[in-house]
Design a protein around this ligand. Structure first.
Ligand code: MG
Length: 387
C-alpha cells in the first residue's frame, strides 16, 4: 500500500546544508519522491544527491558552480538552473507539491514567496522569511490557501501544543532556549569571546550564521517574531525560558494554568518528518526518548542584560512595518563582520540595536520597501563599524 507520505513530491531548497541533508535522510527512509534540489555552491554534493535520488531539477545560486554541475550531470536528463533567479524558475518548473525551504538567511524570502504564488505547500526552515516579511507572507499564504508548516523545533513544538485547546484559551506561548555556549556569562566576559568559542553550540550542529545567532540569543529573538506571525499572537503573549537540555522543545500555557509541552531528544529529523507527514504521524528514524536516562531537566530565567537581543523581538513586533526586516538586515551584516574578525561579540547586538532604534519605519510596506529597508540597515551597520 502506498502511504500518504509517499504521494508527496518534494523540492528541497538548501539541500546541501544541515536541514537539507537531514530532509534527504527522512525522504530515503520513507521512500518520498524528491523532484528538485537547490544549493548555493556545493556542486559536488548536489551532484551526489541528484544522482542518488534521481532528481530531475537542480539549481545553484553561484553561477560558476552551476556551470560545473551542468557538465558533471551532462550524462543525465537533469535540468540545471543557475543563479537566484534560476532557483525561482526551478520552483515553478519542477512540479513539486511541497517545498522545503532551508536556504540560509535573507536569500530565503523570495523562494518562499514564489512557492506560495505557485500554490505549493511549504515546510519552512528559513526563519528569515517570517522575520523579514511575516505579515506579507502570512497574508499570501491565506490568499493562496497553501499550508505553511514550521520546521524550526520550537515552532513545531508549539504547533503541536496548540492542538490541546482553543486559541482564546491560550495565555502564553513559551519558547525554550538552550542559552547557547555563553550561558551564565556576564557582558564584561562576553566582550572577549572568540569566533571559535561562539561557533561551538552545546546541543545542535548547525550552519555558522545560525550558530552565532544562537550564541547572541538573536536566534531566539527571531523565533519570537516567527512565532508571533506564524500563530498570530500578540508579542505580550510570547515568552522565553532557558532550558539547557533541549528536551522540552517549547510549551503552551492555557488560561487555567495548564502547561502543555512537547518533548523528545533533540533531533531535527522529527520536525522535518512531521512537517512532511502532517496531519498524520508516521513511524520515524528518530530514537525514542527515555526520560529516566535524561534524569534532570533544568529551567532558568533569561538574562536580558547580558543578552539584550531578546528585548528586540517585542520592540520590532510592536512597531511592525519594516522594523523586523531592519533587525534582520542589521544582524546579517553584524554577524558577517564578527565572523570576519572585524567587531567583537557584544558589538553584534549593539550595532543591531543602534540601527533598529534609529530607523524611520514605513507602515504597511510593499515587498520592495522591505527589501530596501533591509539593504539600508546592512549599509548602516557597515558604516557604523567603519567598513
Ligand atoms: Mg529553533
Amino acid at each position: 500500500m502506498v502511504k500518504d507520505v509517499q504521494k508527496k513530491k518534494l523540492a528541497i531548497l538548501g539541500s546541501t546544508g544541515s536541514i537539507g541533508t537531514q530532509t534527504l535522510d527522512v525522504c530515503a527512509y520513507h521512500g518520498i519522491e524528491v523532484c528538485a534540489l537547490s544549493a548555493r555552491q556545493n556542486s559536488a554534493l548536489l551532484e551526489e544527491q541528484a544522482r542518488k535520488f534521481h532528481v530531475k531539477y537542480c539549481a545553484l545560486s553561484d553561477k560558476k558552480s552551476a556551470e560545473d554541475l551542468k557538465i558533471s550531470l551532462a550524462d543525465t536528463d537533469t535540468q540545471v538552473f543557475c543563479g537566484n533567479g534560476g532557483i525561482l524558475e526551478m520552483i515553478e518548473a519542477c512540479g513539486a507539491n511541497t517545498v522545503i525551504n532551508s536556504i540560509i538567511g535573507t536569500d530565503g524570502l523570495l523562494p518562499t514567496l514564489k512557492s506560495i504564488e505557485c500554490g505549493k505547500n511549504i515546510a519552512l526552515a528559513n526563519k528569515e522569511t517570517l522575520v523579514t516579511a511575516g505579515e506579507l507572507v502570512m497574508k499570501r499564504v491565506k490568499e493562496k490557501g497553501v499550508t505553511l508548516m514550521p520546521v524550526d523545533s520550537e515552532h513545531c513544538a508549539i504547533f503541536q501544543c496548540l492542538m490541546n485547546g482553543k486559541r482564546e484559551e491560550v495565555s502564553r506561548l513559551i519558547l525554550t532556549a538552550s542559552g547557547g555556549p555563553f550561558f551564565g556569562m556576564d557582558s564584561e566576559k562576553l566582550k572577549n569571546v572568540t569566533v571559535e568559542q561562539a561557533l561551538s553550540h552545546p546541543t545542535w550542529k548547525m550552519g555558522k550564521k545560525i550558530t552565532i545567532d544562537s550564541a547572541t540569543l538573536m536566534n531566539k529573538c527571531f523565533e519570537m517574531i516567527e512565532a508571533a506571525y506564524l500563530f498570530s499572537f500578540e508579542p505580550q503573549k510570547i515568552d522565553v525560558v532557558l532550558h539547557r537540555e533541549s528536551v522540552v522543545h517549547s510549551l503552551v500555557e492555557y488560561v487555567d494554568g495548564a502547561l502543555i509541552a512537547q518533548m523528545s531528544l533533540p533531533d531535527m529529523r522529527m520536525c522535518i518528518q512531521y512537517a512532511i507527514t502532517y496531519p498524520k504521524r508516521e513511524k520515524g528514524i528518530v530514537r525514542k526518548t527515555n526520560l529516566a536516562d535524561i534524569g534532570r531537566l533544568t529551567f532558568y530565567k533569561p538574562d536580558y542584560e547580558s543578552f539584550p537581543s531578546l528585548s528586540l523581538a517585542p520592540y520590532a513586533l510592536e512597531r511592525a512595518g519594516v522594523i523586523p526586516a531592519v533587525l534582520n538586515g542589521a544582524n546579517d551584516e553584524a554577524v558577517s563582520l564578527f565572523l570576519d574578525g572585524k567587531i567583537s561579540f557584544t558589538d553584534i547586538t549593539k550595532l543591531v540595536q543602534n540601527t533598529v532604534y534609529s530607523f524611520e519605519n514605513i507602515k504597511n510596506p510593499t515587498l520592495e520597501d522591505i527589501l530596501c529597508a533591509q539593504k539600508e540597515a546592512k549599509n548602516r551597520v557597515l558604516r557604523a563599524a567603519g567598513g
